[in-house]
Write a new protein. Structure first.
Length: 616
């Protein structure tokens, strides 16, 4: 139990310590965050599968809200991915932030994010999962807008916060519906109730669709895609961590964690497939024409996550989880290498880069390995996970299989173009003369190694690591077609990438503008609604103050009426009754013979009156 609690608490403790004492430390508190996350990784390795800790937080009637952590096969697998990538990114960040006075704040926010993400992944309660989910959103807002003086940073942070919050409303309503249906927030209890048929099918479908909205917002799927490319304004470690391995992966993880709920809702599964397919294709097309290196990678992330959603919609949970881990490795490598390029060249514009491989051989080699992994070139890691998705898709029909092959082709095209434009194209003498910190190279190369071998290492052990049904085997023809598509895409990208010109022509750039405008609509509507709600809120406040004033005046009037009316009338009635009592009491002398004489006189009078009445 102690080790389980330590996993999310260690990065949080490191964050607090870095903020308090970072200015007195050699690396500004970065060493604390690296050590904290590394110890979390060790604790994950030591915690046995099945370890759990649950406490009752609130009970009312038949409803019980619990909070707790659980080391299930899925949660341990994803937490290992999060912590492993975070260690490398934090190590990179130590060099990236070297010498900056605001390092303690950066590492405090980074530690907060990692701790919240680990709590989200390990949570066995919907209430705790939602709380950690919102904490991740807050940390991402702080990190994206970290350099708040930079042009566009504040706007990008606000857009990310608003657009993901719009989806989070669905998640909130979804888990409240689950609480109403099952009486508890325990995730395993919810899964058991759904599998046993104790929850009505309509309620399960509504629950799944509402929670899907939260997943789409976090994973930047349509119609919530616009925030992710703009978020590239943040520091490179932020881009590498938030937008490859952790925050954007939270949406895919949510669907995996609630697999039993989604599997019982065919409508939600169909929505998963179609939203993922449309997002994957559109984002990949936009990436082929994007002129900014980090924005190419951002649109690539949207596309890759859409591909995972496709696998989930087709029932390939294991393939999606596998690709989630592999994508974390190669995409974070690409971001870190792009950050080294930006630091040395002073730009991310593809038409201003080129021929930088000689000046940055280590960064170039890492980018090349990760790029080929993304393109699905064997035997690198992306090949193994793409093969799993292709196997699932091809078993559902040639259309789904062709979709995945097309996505592999586009992936090879945009990443081949970006790598060629940055590293191999015509030399523009923008490599600079600075020196890259060794910690930046260490973090990048460690992730590049993972991008090279992780797929091969995991491919044979997924049965022991993940609880989902095994992937079907891929047919040789589909495997060869996927490999050919990846290599062809890389060839097209290399051929078209010199000078940074769009790989498929300029029309995807117009598609990007349309997509940005359309997907920014939810944030724009939310902002407009918030502004219009201001006067309404003021009117409601005024009405509430009026009602309160009227009630106060009525209370004072009632008080005066009580004092001057009821109180005086009551006092008078009491005085009259007291006086009457005194008079009645005077009639009682306490002499029994007088009472007998009086009774005799009254009886005699009554008999005499009766005799007179009866006299003829």
């Amino acid at each position: 139990m102690t080790a389980l609690l330590a996993i999310p608490l260690l990065p949080l403790l490191a964050a607090v310590t870095a903020l308090a004492a970072g200015r007195r430390l050699p690396w500004g508190g970065g060493e604390l965050v690296v050590a904290g996350v590394a110890l979390s990784l060790v604790a994950l390795a030591l915690v046995p599968t099945g370890a759990t800790m649950t406490v009752s937080w609130f009970e009312s009637g038949d409803y019980r809200l619990t909070v707790g952590l659980a080391a299930t096969p899925l949660t341990r697998f994803v937490a290992m991915v999060v912590a492993g990538v975070a260690v490398c990114v934090a190590t990179y960040g130590v060099g990236y932030m070297g010498g900056r006075p605001d390092r303690p704040r950066f590492f405090a926010e980074l530690g907060l994010f990692v701790g919240a993400m680990l709590a989200l992944v390990l949570a066995n309660s919907l209430a705790l999962l939602f709380a950690a989910w919102e904490m991740v959103g807050l940390a991402s807002f702080l990190l994206i807008g970290f350099e708040h003086d930079a042009p566009g940073a504040a706007g990008a942070a606000s857009k990310a916060f608003l657009m993901t919050r719009a989806g989070d409303v669905g998640l909130l309503l979804g888990w409240l519906l689950a609480l109403a249906a099952t009486g508890t927030t325990d995730i395993d209890a919810l899964a058991g109730a759904v599998e046993a048929g104790r929850v009505a099918p309509g309620a399960v479908t509504a629950m799944a669709l509402l929670m899907l909205a939260g997943a789409l917002g976090k994973s930047a799927q349509l119609p919530f895609s616009a925030w992710l490319p703009d978020a590239m304004v943040g520091p490179t470690p932020v881009s590498a961590l938030l937008h490859s391995a952790t925050m954007v992966a939270a949406g895919v993880f949510l669907v995996l964690r609630l697999d039993a709920v989604f599997a019982a809702a065919p409508l939600a599964m169909a929505a998963l497939f179609w939203v993922g397919a449309v997002t994957a294709v559109f984002a990949a097309l936009v990436a082929t024409a994007e002129a900014d290196l980090k924005r190419v990678l951002a649109w690539s992330t949207c596309s890759q996550l859409g591909e995972m959603m496709v696998a989930l919609g087709l029932g390939g949970a294991r393939a999606a989880a596998f690709h989630l881990a592999v994508h974390a490795a190669f995409k974070s490598t690409l971001f870190l290498a792009a950050g080294i390029v930006q630091e040395r060249a002073g730009t991310r514009a593809l038409d201003r880069l080129g021929g930088i491989l000689r000046a940055l051989p280590l960064a170039g080699a890492a980018f090349l390995v990760a790029a080929l992994a993304l393109a699905g070139v064997p035997p690198l890691s992306g090949f193994w996970s793409e093969e799993g998705i292709l196997a699932v898709a091809s078993r559902h029909g040639p259309g789904a299989g062709a979709l995945v092959v097309f996505l592999v082709l586009l992936g090879g095209t945009y990443i081949g173009r970006a790598g060629t434009a940055a590293f191999i194209g015509r030399r523009r003498d923008r490599a600079g003369t600075g020196k890259t910190a060794w910690t930046m190279h260490a973090g990048t190369l460690a992730l590049a190694l993972a991008a090279a071998v992780l797929g091969w290492l995991l491919a044979g052990s997924l049965d022991a690591l993940l609880p989902f049904e095994a992937n079907p085997g891929v047919e040789v023809s589909w495997r060869n077609l996927g490999i050919a598509a990846g290599l062809l895409g890389v060839g097209i990208g290399v051929a078209r990438g010199r000078g940074g010109s769009p790989a498929l022509g300029p029309w995807p750039a117009r598609l990007a503008a349309g997509l940005s405008a359309a997907t920014a609509a939810p944030a724009r509507w939310t902002t407009q609604l918030a502004r219009r709600l201001g006067p309404l809120e003021d009117a409601l406040d005024a009405a509430a103050r009026g009602v309160a004033g009227w009630a106060w005046g009525a209370g004072e009037a009632a008080g005066r009426f009580e004092v001057r009316g009821f109180a005086r009338l009551g006092d008078g009635l009491a005085a009259w009754l007291a006086a009457g009592g005194e008079r009645l009491r005077a009639l009682q002398a306490g002499r029994l013979y007088l009472y007998t004489l009086g009774l005799f006189a009254w009886a005699t009078a009554a008999l005499a009156a009766g005799a007179l009445l009866l006299w003829p």
